[in-house]
Design a protein around this ligand. Sequence first.
Ligand SMILES: C[S@@+](CC[C@H](N)C(=O)[O-])C[C@H]1O[C@@H](n2cnc3c(N)ncnc32)[C@H](O)[C@@H]1O
Length: 181
Amino acid sequence: MPGICPPWLSLLLTCGLRHRGQDPFRIVGPFVQEGATVADVGCGPGFFTGPMAHLAGETGRVIAVDVQQGMLNRARNAARRVGMAERIDFRHATDTDLKLDEGLDFVLAFAVLHEMRDAKGALEQITAALRPGGRLLLAEPTFHVHKPKFTETVRLAESTGLYWVDIVDIRMSHAAVLRRD
Ligand SMILES: C[S@@+](CC[C@H](N)C(=O)[O-])C[C@H]1O[C@@H](n2cnc3c(N)ncnc32)[C@H](O)[C@@H]1O
């Protein structure tokens, strides 16, 4: 799929170097409480999905969506290896439907918005899926997305009914936390 990170680049997204610079437990830990229902939008090979399932615990649930079946297969295999697959609902998204449920406590959209053909449509779906008070962590790689473009994406998220609450320090990323009223 043009403009979209192909599954064969998964090694880059899951390598040890990334674990050191972008520790997934440190990044999503503050947002995923035990028993929470959360979503990993554009989960790719599952770098954050397994840790989210671990943090959500036995009573929590993770919805992992991606537009590429090859990425979902990799994410499922990675989750199996760490015994987390049972807690994760893997869903094949389309360009127009993220296949999210409503009432989510938290959504992660990490390094994905810039790949989407319809970022506004995706943000509208994310906002509708969050429960009141639910949060979105929106992060984009500084390598691909310059600051003005990221600011534009945050504005787009705000236009769908979220409000900006915080910035987060994540290596090689622009990152913002937004909350639904
Ligand atoms: C650069 S990867 C990042 C993966 C993961 N979030 C991470 O940080 O490791 C972007 C992912 O977003 C997915 N993606 C792109 N457009 C999408 C869309 N419209 N809906 C769902 N997933 C999408 C791609 O297939 C790819 O797996």
